[in-house]
Unconditional design. Structure first.
Lengths: 123, 845
């Protein structure tokens, strides 16, 4: 892993939509951001839908399945765990995720993506 | 092996069932089959013949299809009658000169209506009720007269009376016996049925012995009865019972009964072992069976005999359950208590119009027979008690007395039925067959129906079948869940009621009061969003509701495969001015959108990026457009033909009505999308009969059709009501739609909803036209609320700063999505394919 980069300011909390998603451009990457007010937390996963092959996940519906929060793709309805990026309907699909932090009214994001599978393989 | 040459004489319902059973047996290849069909068309459903007058066509009634017969490899001779059977040489000859050899022959010649030989019975406009040709003659005759008489108050006579009433005639039933349905009912049951039928406007005359028919003074005929009374009428329909068509058998030297009928043994063989007879032409143990189910059983027995099986015909139960002009009538077993020593239990409720009677054995232990009039609910249970000789409860009357409190129902549990209990009599399916189907992997009522055919005939056994299937699934540990998803232990209908009754206005409130916790999911959230919108009609992008919407509702546009959207402005009734067309064209040109005309008579603009939607809509709104709701589970379009305004054939202004309807119902959120159409005459150019709501102009007003569908599983709409004025038409549509919204499942189109509605079309007509549930005013006022609170969602959105914030590709950048790439095709854009994106190409847009 590379050294921790600077957290970057993406937007303010009032740009987010409670229990729904928006999208941010981080370098060349599109990041879908989901704001869950009850947890005071913002989840960030890849905006690219690997099945539909389009940048749309930020426009999916949020739900929960046995405690796990997910977003369902607006194209073909696969569900992806907001926390881990894993697809709940297909073991082979895992999306990159990003770490976020709320600082007052500001949303900060670590531009270094995580990938659950890559991390596991790296030990 | 040489094929067996098999000749089938007759192609009625039983003749058709014989061919179907033979095909089902898988041994069709061993036979060379020739079918003689004397009528000009193949087998059709005579049981539902009267529906021919309430909208069904000959095609709807058809059972035998020529394509099917050809696929089975049958040689079918239509309009050809067998006139001679030479038993000695195994030859048949037809009226068209065909001569054929046979190895085996099956006679399914059916029956003919008995016409009492009273003088004048053969006058013009004296008809019978048996074939489609008869119906056409009745229709032609009825068009010239005002009064019609049915001679015969039995099952078929009352069906025929319904037909005459549907044709608009003043209808009389003349019965020789002292009561209606003399065979199946007793005096009290007959009297109650009579009062119910008279309340429907049909006049009943019993104990009438017709002496002669002569010229009338005010009508065509005058019927003179033995008691000196007379009745004038324009049309007489004889329905005084049936007689077996055994003439061919008689002439061929086969044994026939004293009073008619081809004598058969338990194998359904006639006196010549190579000739079988089945259905109403056959006489078994001195009896003729005038119902379709025993005929079907004979057909199956004969197939078994011909293919090496050993099943035998052992008589048939003649219990019946019918709906005569909307009145439930059931007769089971020894309904009249003829068994020596039999005891009766009776219950008459004149206020509700119900009569129930049990006939039990002298020791009070076994049910011998029963009659039900006005309330058929107990039929399934009682029939099983009788057929299986199940021991009655200590107080048998509990089976027919109404329960006035929450006491446990006394209905027979399905667990108590023996394995052999016949659940579906139309297709002879036993409890054991059902259990086997469930054990073999059928997990729902639909699966079991598909596997066993149970419940797919008359449908009378469906309630019993449903509880049996659920019982079996539970026994196997399969939980029968009707829950919408893991977050709510309710169906969509339940959620709708909870929202209405509890005055609930948000998803959180519903989750807190009735949910199992959690955030909900992509199943329950849009469903609840839709229910809230149907009930309260709030702005769907309100901060409370926005998270419930699917992406199409969130962005008020239809997402396409590449993540861009299509835009459809509303064009009510498909009528549009040149200026508005130009405006659409200008917007499409400015934003380089792909344009296509839709099936709903409007224009679809494709390839709009998320961030372009508000600008596109501002321009469309300025040009006078409103949102078309192409993205919503809501009213889409009201298609119309050009109507009487321009068309030489138009009867009424279909475009005007279409616009009015579209403006009334636009924005109505519902379980699924809804499409309408209005045609200006019966040429039906707007294809209204393939729509959820279809309206067709006639000389006398509007005809309303409901629950049609194109799409994956097309369904012809049902004729719901005729000759309506506009006010009544709108009232009925209000009620139908709100009742659909109230009771349909999630994502259930009106067509499937109708098919699953217990009681079907008739029930819906009762609810809407007769207000049988007393819901009419409520449904109308709920619709009125939706109509009054309509606002164009796009007009509201383009003026709402908060809502507009979401129409950006990136919260932190104005760049477009680099993965959206178009190429040119036929002069317009289309999304680039993956391999095209890989190549460096000139981007457009």
């Amino acid at each position: 892993m590379t050294a921790a980069q600077e957290w970057i300011h993406i937007c303010n909390l009032d740009d987010l939509v409670a229990d729904s998603g928006i999208c941010a451009l981080v370098g060349e990457r599109q990041v879908a951001l989901f704001y869950i007010p009850e947890q005071k937390q913002v989840f960030a996963i890849d905006n690219y839908d690997p099945v539909g092959k389009a940048n749309v996940l930020s426009r999916g519906l949020i739900g929960s399945a046995e405690e796990k929060l997910f977003v369902a793709s607006p194209l073909y309805k696969e569900r992806y765990c907001l926390e881990s990026g894993e697809c709940l309907d297909n073991d082979e699909l895992v999306l990159d995720t990003w770490q976020t932090r709320i600082d007052g009214e500001r949303l900060l994001l670590d531009p270094q993506p995580f990938n659950r599978v890559a991390l596991k393989q790296a030990g | 092996m040489n094929k067996t040459r098999l000749v089938v004489v007759g192609n009625g319902m039983v003749g058709h069932q014989f061919l179907q059973s033979l095909a089902d047996s898988g041994q069709l290849a061993d036979f060379e089959v020739t079918v003689f069909c004397e009528e000009p068309r193949l087998a059709y459903d005579r049981v539902y013949l009267s529906s021919y007058f309430s909208g069904s066509t000959a095609e709807d009634l058809a059972m035998g299809k020529i394509e099917q017969y050809q696929e089975w490899g049958l040689n079918v001779l239509i309009n050809e009658k067998v006139v001679e059977i030479n038993k000695a040489d195994h030859l048949v000859a037809s009226d068209k000169g065909t001569t054929l050899s046979y190895d085996k022959l099956v006679m399914a010649t059916g029956s003919y209506p008995f016409v009492p030989p009273v003088p004048g019975h053969d006058r013009e406009h004296c008809l019978v009720y048996r074939t489609i040709e008869d119906l056409e003659a009745i229709k032609a005759s009825a068009a010239k007269g005002k009064v019609g008489v049915v001679v015969g108050g039995g099952l078929l006579g009352l069906e025929a009376a319904k037909a005459l009433r549907d044709l608009g005639l003043e209808t009389h039933v003349v019965e020789f016996a002292p009561r209606l349905m003399a065979v199946q009912l007793d005096d009290m049951g007959g009297a109650l049925l009579r009062s119910k039928i008279e309340a429907l406007g049909v006049k009943v005359h019993v104990c009438k012995n017709t002496q002669q028919i002569v010229d009338g003074e005010n009508c065509v005929h005058r019927m003179e009865f033995a008691d000196g009374e007379v009745l004038e009428t324009d049309l007489i329909l004889f329905s005084a019972g049936i007689r077996p068509r055994d003439q061919l058998a008689r002439e061929s030297g086969l044994a026939v009964g004293e009073r008619g009928g081809i004598v058969i043994n338990n194998q359904c063989q006639t006196s010549d072992a190579d000739i079988y007879a089945i259905g109403e032409c056959a006489l078994w143990d001195g009896r003729i069976f005038g119902l379709v189910a025993p005929g079907y059983t004979m057909a199956k027995v004969t197939v078994a005999q011909l293919t090496g099986g050993d099943s035998e015909f052992a008589g048939a139960d003649m219990s019946t359950k019918l709906k005569l002009m909307g009145v439930d009538v059931c007769s089971i077993g020894d309904a009249q208590g003829r068994t020596p020593g039999a005891k009766n239990y009776t219950w008459l409720n004149e206020a509700d119009g119900t009569y129930k009677k049990l006939v039990v054995s002298p020791d009070n232990k076994i049910l011998l027979g029963a009659i039900l009039v006005g309330d058929a609910e107990a039929y399934g249970t009682l029939l099983q008690y009788m057929l299986n000789e199940i021991q009655l409860p200590e107080f048998p009357e509990s089976l027919i007395l109404p329960s006035r409190n929450d006491d446990a129902q006394t209905g027979l549990g399905v667990a108590a039925l023996p394995e052999t209990a016949q659940i579906c009599s139309c297709h002879d399916v036993s409890k054991g067959d059902i259990r086997q189907a469930v054990a073999g992997g059928c997990c729902s009522l639909g699966d079991v129906k598909g596997e066993t055919k149970a419940g797919t005939g008359c449908g009378g056994c469906v309630p019993l079948l449903t509880s049996l299937v659920n019982h079996e699934l539970e026994e196997l540990g399969v939980e029968v869940s009707h829950d919408i998803c893991e977050h709510f232990a309710y169906t969509r209908q339940d959620l709708y009621s909870l929202v209405r009754v509890g005055n609930i206005h948000s998803f959180e409130e519903l989750m807190e009061k009735h949910g199992k916790g959690g955030k909900g999911c992509h199943i329950c959230k849009p469903a609840v969003g839709s229910v809230l919108a149907s009930c309260w009609n709030n702005y769907v992008l309100d901060s409370k509701h926005v998270k419930l919407q699917d992406t199409n509702d969130t962005f008020l546009a239809n997402m396409q495969k590449d993540g861009t959207y299509s835009v459809v402005p509303r064009v009510p009734g498909g009528e549009i001015t040149p200026d508005k067309l130009i405006a659409i064209g200008q917007v499409a040109k400015e934003y380089n959108l792909y344009t296509k005309i839709t099936g709903g008579q409007r224009v679809d603009l494709f390839g709009a990026r998320l961030e372009q939607l508000p600008d596109i809509w501002s321009k469309l709104i300025d040009a006078g457009f409103e949102t078309g709701h192409a993205y919503g589970k809501s009213l889409r379009t009201v298609k119309s033909c050009v109507g009487s305004t321009w068309c030489r054939y138009g009867v009424d202004d279909s475009v005007g009505l279409a616009i009015e309807l579209e403006d009334r119902y636009k924005g109505l959120r519902s379980p699924h999308k809804i499409k309408f159409a209005v045609s200006g005459c019966t040429r039906e150019c707007a294809e209204a009969q393939s729509k959820d709501i279809g309206v067709i102009a006639t000389e006398n007003g509007w005809n309303l059709y409901v629950c049609g569908n194109g799409g994956m599983k097309p369904r012809h709409a049902d004729l719901f009501a005729t000759d309506l004025d506009k006010e009544t038409l709108i009232k009925y549509i209000d009620r139908v739609l709100m009742f659909y919204i109230k009771t349909a499942d999630r994502l259930q189109r009106t067509s499937v909803w109708m098919e699953n509605l217990e009681g079907g079309l008739k029930y819906l007509q009762d609810v809407v036209i007769n207000d049988s549930l007393g819901l009419g005013d409520e449904l109308e006022s709920q619709m009125a609320h939706v109509v009054e609170t309509y606002e164009c969602e796009w007009k509201k959105t383009v003026n709402d700063e908060q809502a507009l914030k979401r129409f950006r590709q990136f919260v932190n950048s104005d760049k477009p999505d680099s993965n959206v790439v178009f190429v040119q095709e036929r002069g317009q854009i289309r999304p680039a394919r993956e391999e095209e994106k890989a190549e460096p190409i000139v981007m457009v847009g």
